[in-house]
Design a protein around this ligand. Structure first.
Ligand code: SF4
Length: 347
């Protein structure tokens, strides 16, 4: 009989699990703490559970994260980890340290079906969605890796972004459950402002997420008009900019949230002044923050990164229009860990 992997369970899932077996539901936060905060995988060590319960869990359950099989560390300290899943597929997770901040970029699918032209993941096609255990397992493993003595030190990871392999909103339920665990004080206790789901623009799921979760939203826009965006990102044919921006503007209704726009800068493609002006017009109705991402070389494409001068000129147009705009530092480019470069090929 296969065992239940308790990494798949949120606190409310575990409450139900314990109630169904005739146990008290307060066992759920106890077990969540052991697994996620303390990193214990052996039920025999969960000393505040009864011996009978420990024994039952040992026989019927397990705590199983993906296996870390390779690590590459870039000159700037960025780590890329290749993780193997039980069925032999692999995914990549990237850790980006920066002063007191540590960002973990996690994957939500093996491959991706959306086929954006600048993206190495898109080129590998789609295999399958990740389970909750495989998504949260990346964070679980990263915390253990960065805290080798296995003590509670989740502060090395202050931010989590769903910007690794896959389109997170295509794996909506498992991503939502994983974010629940990230925010759970008995698990990782991350701030809702520091867990970001990044989407290429799946409008119905964006609206659902707005109502069902408080995590931050980032939208990979990458082009300011439909013709160009559809050529770079085929999903735009299904959800064109008018619908996408309307869904973003919906996030501002409660007066608190902002939406981050990701815009990869590709030489001669989307980095002209006229594009910046179109972008200003598009974003004129909400609290947007724009991240300009210096493009990275993805093999098998003829796309080239924009020059620094073009990025600066583009940014100035947005700043002049009062749009909070930063140029993101490209990190881990020498180990193919930067935006658009993850392809599960290993290190
Ligand atoms: S950019 Fe995101 S949505 Fe597009 S192909 Fe890559 S992983 Fe998929």
């Amino acid at each position: 009989m296969s065992k239940d992997n308790l990494l798949n369970f949120t606190c409310s899932d575990l409450e139900k699990f314990f109630l169904d077996m005739g146990e008290k539901k307060y066992r759920a936060p106890q077990v969540i703490k052991w697994i996620h905060q303390i990193g214990v995988t052996d039920f025999a060590l969960m000393t505040n559970l009864s011996l009978t319960l420990r024994d039952y869990l040992s026989q019927h359950s397990e705590v199983k994260a993906p296996e870390l099989i390779k690590e590459l560390i870039a000159e700037d300290g960025t780590c890329k980890w290749l993780m193997q899943l039980e069925d032999g597929h692999s995914i990549e997770t990237v850790y980006i340290p920066e002063g007191s901040r540590g960002t973990l970029c996690i994957s939500s699918q093996v491959g991706c079906p959306l086929g954006c032209s600048f993206c190495a993941t898109g080129m590998m096609g789609f295999t399958r969605d990740l389970t909750v255990a495989e998504i949260i397992g990346q964070l679980w493993l990263a915390v253990r890796k960065l805290s080798p003595d296995n003590t509670t030190r989740t502060h090395v990871i202050t931010n989590v972004v769903f910007m690794g392999m896959g389109e997170p909103l295509l794996n909506y339920t498992n991503v939502l459950k994983s974010t629940e665990l990230m925010l759970d004080d008995n698990a990782y206790g991350l701030s809702k402002y520091k867990v970001t789901v990044s989407t290429c623009g799946l409008v119905p799921e964006m609206l659902l997420l707005r109502d069902q979760s408080e995590v931050a939203l980032a939208v990979s826009l990458h082009a300011p008009n439909d013709e160009l965006r559809s050529s770079l990102m085929p999903i735009n044919k299904k959800y064109p900019l008018k619908e996408l921006i309307a869904a973003c503007n919906n996030y501002f209704k409660d007066g608190k949230r902002q939406v981050t726009i990701e815009y990869i800068m590709l030489s001669g493609v989307n980095d002209k002044i006229e594009h910046a002006k179109q972008l200003v017009k598009l974003l004129s109705h909400g609290r947007y923050k724009v991240n300009l991402i210096p493009g990275n070389i993805v093999t098998h494409t003829d796309l080239e990164p924009s020059s620094q001068d073009n990025i600066d000129l583009f940014r100035q147009v947005l700043l002049d229009a009062g749009i909070n705009t930063i140029t993101r530092k490209s990190r881990g480019g020498d180990i193919a860990a930067a935006c658009g470069q993850l392809a599960g090929e290993g290190c």
